[in-house]
Design a protein. Structure first.
Ligand code: FES
Ligand SMILES: [Fe+2]
Length: 355
């Protein structure tokens, strides 16, 4: 078989970068959670000081799962429930309660994953080369502010490829077919770590749309109600790195004025599946509080919009050399940009110099 055109098409390759594992509210002090990402069993735990550790799940001693029996957190360390070997957030073995010394081989035997907790989420760093993490994830200043509250999120484990998810950001042509929208303005901007979509999309009763099975909201009805409304809305969606997208939107109409931050992210589980998550905080743009029903439905809508794409992703194949037309977005440019996260860092750096 010939080499695939892009590094991200090589089986078992996952992007270098930050990937969201959990939202902060999902991990209380003393709690241990099982995770499965990048074909690895992992555990996340929160120590007494609030610090979060993510380490490989299986103990280097005799292989117990560190979350068995709900796991055991001691101070800022995690203790194996089988014989009590204890590890810090760097994966270092710091105590074996029944041994007079810690064997040299045990000290660094457990792999720890770099963790970043900010904006109310917990991200882990994946890097096949094992280099230190890069600092590219911006703050979301509004998170935690009065009137905004904490993330309301939905997560689904779906059958999809990360390269299909990311391509959505430049795919202007799918809106009237998948999301029931008419694109009024659309622009993509690329930088080293970011790709941005600036868009204004109106609901359009004459457009097609995909209705995800079991959708809790009558999508078509809602679309038709909103079509031709006086809402004036715009949005800026930016991927920061390979898997975490921030979306900021403001919408003004005669009955609701709101602004919202979304975090849309995908974290690979294995070669076939990924966790797709959409999280929302929303706030009124004026002094009128948001209607309760709207505040409750809006996050569902965010995830449903993703769900429309999922219906396509689960069955599609990947065309390495697609036939494109002049109305398509910059698909090939996006692919080349995205590849940077799968190439060794020195090759990426060289490429950027020559571009
Ligand atoms: S298996 Fe973990 S301490 Fe023995
Ligand atoms: Fe989409």
């Amino acid at each position: 078989m010939s080499e695939p055109k892009y590094a991200f098409l090589q089986p078992g390759h996952y992007a270098r970068g930050w990937h969201i594992a959990l939202f902060s509210q999902e991990l209380q002090v003393g709690e241990v959670k099982r995770l499965r990402y990048f074909e690895s069993d992992l555990v996340a735990y929160r120590g007494a000081s609030g610090t979060v550790g993510i380490v490989d799940a299986h103990c280097p001693h005799l292989g117990a799962h560190l979350a068995s029996g709900e796991g055991r957190v001691i101070g800022d360390n995690i203790a194996c429930p089988f014989h009590g070997w204890t590890f810090n957030t760097s994966g270092q073995c710091v105590d074996i309660p029944y041994a007079s010394s810690i064997p040299d081989k045990a000290v660094q035997a457990l792999q720890a994953w770099p963790v970043l907790e900010k904006n109310g989420f917990i991200a882990l760093w994946h890097d096949p080369e094992g280099n230190p993490p890069e600092d590219y994830l911006p703050d979301i200043g509004e998170w935690g502010d009065t009137g905004w509250g904490d993330w309301q999120f939905y997560r689904s484990r779906i059958r999809a490829q990360a390269c299909d998810v990311i391509e959505n950001i430049v795919d202007i042509a799918h809106f009237p077919h998948v999301h029931g929208g008419k694109v009024k303005k659309f622009e993509n901007r690329f930088a080293d770590y970011t790709v941005t979509q600036l868009s204004t999309v109106d609901r359009d009763a004459s457009a097609n749309m995909i209705i995800p099975p079991g959708a809790p909201v009558e999508l078509e009805q809602l679309r038709n109600e909103q079509a031709g409304s006086d809402a004036d809305a715009w949005g800026d969606a930016t991927y920061h790195g390979p898997s975490i997208m921030y979306y900021y939107t403001e919408s003004r109409s005669s009955d609701i004025n709101f602004r919202a931050w979304w975090v849309n992210c995908h974290t690979p589980v294995n070669q076939e599946e990924l966790d797709l998550c959409s999280a929302v905080i929303v706030c009124s743009l004026d002094d009128t509080p948001l209607p309760e029903e709207f505040a409750a439905t809006y996050p569902q809508m965010a995830h449903l919009a993703f769900g429309q794409d999922v219906e396509i992703w689960r069955d599609k194949i990947y065309r390495e050399d697609p036939i494109l037309c002049d109305g398509d977005g910059p698909i090939n440019k996006l692919r080349r940009w995205y590849e940077r996260f799968y190439l060794p860092r020195d090759i990426t750096a060289q490429r950027e110099k020559t571009q």
